[in-house]
Design a protein around this ligand. Sequence first.
Ligand SMILES: Cc1cc2nc3c(=O)[nH]c(=O)nc-3n(C[C@H](O)[C@H](O)[C@H](O)COP(=O)(O)OP(=O)(O)OC[C@H]3O[C@@H](n4cnc5c(N)ncnc54)[C@H](O)[C@@H]3O)c2cc1C
Ligand SMILES: Cc1ncc(C[n+]2csc(CCOP(=O)(O)OP(=O)(O)O)c2C)c(N)n1
Ligand SMILES: [Mg+2]
Length: 588
Amino acid sequence: MGSNAHTQASNAHLTTPTRLTGAEIVWATLVGEGVTDVFGYPGGAILPVYDALRKFPIHHTLVRHEQGASHMADGYARASGKVGVCVATSGPGATNLVTGIATAMLDSIAMVCITGQVSSKVLGTDAFQEVDITGITLPVTKHNFLVNCTEDIAPAIRYAFQIAKSGRPGPVLVDITKDAQQATAIFDFAAAKPRPYRPHPMLHAGDAELEQAAELIRNAKRPVILAGHGVIESGAMEQVRTLAERAQIPVALTLLGLGAFPASHELNLGMMGMHGEAWVNHAIQEADLLIACGMRFDDRVTGTIATYAQKAKKIHIEVDPAEINKNVKVDVALVGDLGEVLEKLLPRIPGRDGSAWLKALDNIKGASAVRDIKNLPDDGHLYAAHVMHDLWRITGGNAIVVTDVGQHQMWEAQYFHHEQPRTLITSGGLGTMGFALPAAIGAKTACPDKEVWVIVGDGGFQMTSSELSTIAQEGIKINIAIINNGFLGMVRQWQEFFYDKNYECTPLVSPDFVKLADAHGIAGRTVRTRAELAGAVKEARTAPGAYLLNFMVEQEDSVYPMIPVGSALHEMIRRPSKSPLLETPDDK
Ligand SMILES: Cc1cc2nc3c(=O)[nH]c(=O)nc-3n(C[C@H](O)[C@H](O)[C@H](O)COP(=O)(O)OP(=O)(O)OC[C@H]3O[C@@H](n4cnc5c(N)ncnc54)[C@H](O)[C@@H]3O)c2cc1C
Ligand SMILES: Cc1ncc(C[n+]2csc(CCOP(=O)(O)OP(=O)(O)O)c2C)c(N)n1
Ligand SMILES: [Mg+2]
C-alpha cells in the first residue's frame, strides 16, 4: 500500500495533466476510478506496470494462479457492488484468467482485467508469450481493447470501467503492449473521460407498456414475482418489496437472486428451479401472471420451456433487450433498469387483496413445507444439510457465504437463509468449480469487517486450494467449510439417478485437508458428527486467523427436489420417504 505522499502525488496526477509512463498511467487511471485493491500475478509483458505500482495507493494481492485473480476480482465485485480489477501478464498469464472472465460474463459481473501484451513491433510474430487474448476472450467479455500506444491507455481503461458497470454489467479486458507501458504520454484524467453512457433511446419502457403491465397486475388472481440477480445489481430491493407488499404478491427467487428479498418475509416463497422448493415450482406452474424482475429464465429455472408456466401471462422487466423473448416468450416487456422501471410502475399499482392465492399457496406447500432436518434427532450421521442449517443458525445468517459448485452449493441455497443482498456469492451460469476460495478472498478484501464463510466441496476445493497460500500471505480471516463427501457429489447424484449408479470417475481421494491447511499455517479440524459441529464452528469463528473445517458428511446423499433435464418444472424427483431427511410434517 502506498504512503500518504504517494496518495497526494497520484491525486495531483488526477487534477493536473502530467507526463507519465504508460505503466504509471495504468495505475493513475485506476486510482482515478476509485480502485483501492487489485488481484494479480506478474510476468515479463506486464513488468513495467508492476515496477510502477509502488508509487500508487493501491493494494495488490499476489495470487497463486491467475484464475484465482479473476475469481477474486469477481468476488470483490459481487460483495461490494464495485468494479473488480485483476492483472496478468501476456500468454499463459492471460489465458489463465479466462475461466474467471467467463464466470463473470455468465453472471453479469462488472470486472476490468488488465493484461500485458508483447511489444507492438513483434505483435503477430508468435513472439515469446504472445497470444491473441482479445480474440480468445471476445465471446466471454462484454468488450475488450488492444492498446498499443501510450496515449490510448487512460481513455481505454476509463471506457472499460464505464462499459463494465453500465446497463447489464460484465467483464472488460484491456490488453496493453509492453512498449505502450514503457513510453510516456501526457496523462489527462479528465480528458480521458468517455462520453456519457446512454441506453438506446428506443429501448425503454414507455407509458403504453407500463399501463399494460399495470393492468395485468391489477387483474391477476394468481401472480408471482420472479426476483433475480438483476434486483441486486439494480439495487431495487426496496421497489420489489413495495410491489410485493402493496399488491400482496408472493416472491420466488433465482439462485443468484437469493438475498434480494428477505428470506424471513411472509411473502417470500423461496428458490425456484431445478433444486428449488417444490411448492415454488408448483406455484409458478399454477400462476396466472409472472412478473420477472432482473432474471433471465435460465434453463435451470424453467425446466422444459414448452411446459413452463403455461397458464401465466408474463411481464419481463430487464435491462438487456437481448434477454426479452430469448428463452420465454413474454406478453409485456419493460426494458430498462429495474429500479427505474418499478418507480414508474408503482404509482399505477393500487393495494390489492391477495389472500385467496396466498392461502392456496399455503395449501400447495402442505406436506412439503417441513423438511425437517431442523427437527430431526441426531442419529449419528452428519448430513451436509445439518452443516448448512447449523451454520446459518450459529452465525445468525450475518455472514457472506461464498460457495463453490455442486451439491453443497444447492444445500446452502436451501438451508442457509439470506436476508440481505450480496450475502450469497456463487457461480450460477458457468457453474465454475474452484470459484469459492478465491472469490471469498475477493469478498473479504472488499468487506474486511464482515464474517466470510467458504462452503466448498472436496472436489472444487482441490481446484484452487493453492490460494490458501494467498490467504496466509495476506493474513486474511476466512472460515472454510469443506463438505467432504468423498465424491464429485453432484455428478455422482446424476450417475445414481440417470446412469444406473455407475460411479465412473466420481469417487475422490483427497489429501488430509487439515494437514494441508496446517502446512499453510492455517488452523483447522475435522468434524464427523453433528454433536461436534457447533463447538467446531465456534472455534473457527473465534480463531484469530483463517480456519478450515473438514466436515465428513454422508457420502451418498442427494439434493432434492430435482427436476431431471427435459422434464417440466412440476415433474420433480422428490426425496424417497425412507430416506432420513423426510419432507413431511410428521418429521416433527
Ligand atoms: C449446480 C447448479 C444448479 C443450479 N440450480 C438452480 C436452481 O435450482 N434454481 C435457480 O434459480 N438457479 C439454479 N442455478 C443457477 C442458474 O444456472 C442461473 O445462474 C440462475 O438461475 C440465474 O439467475 P438470474 O437470472 O437471477 O441471474 P443472472 O443470470 O445474473 O441474470 C440477471 C438478469 O438481470 C438482468 N439485469 C442486470 N442488471 C439489471 C438491472 N439494473 N435492471 C434490470 N435487469 C438487470 C441481466 O441483464 C440478466 O438478464 C444452478 C446453478 C448450478 C451451478
Ligand atoms: C471446472 C468444472 N469442472 C467440472 C464441473 C462439473 N461438475 C459440476 S458439480 C461437480 C462435482 C463437484 O464435486 P465437489 O466439489 O466435491 O462438490 P459436491 O457436489 O460433492 O458437493 C462437477 C465435477 C464443473 N462444474 N466445473
Ligand atoms: Mg464432494
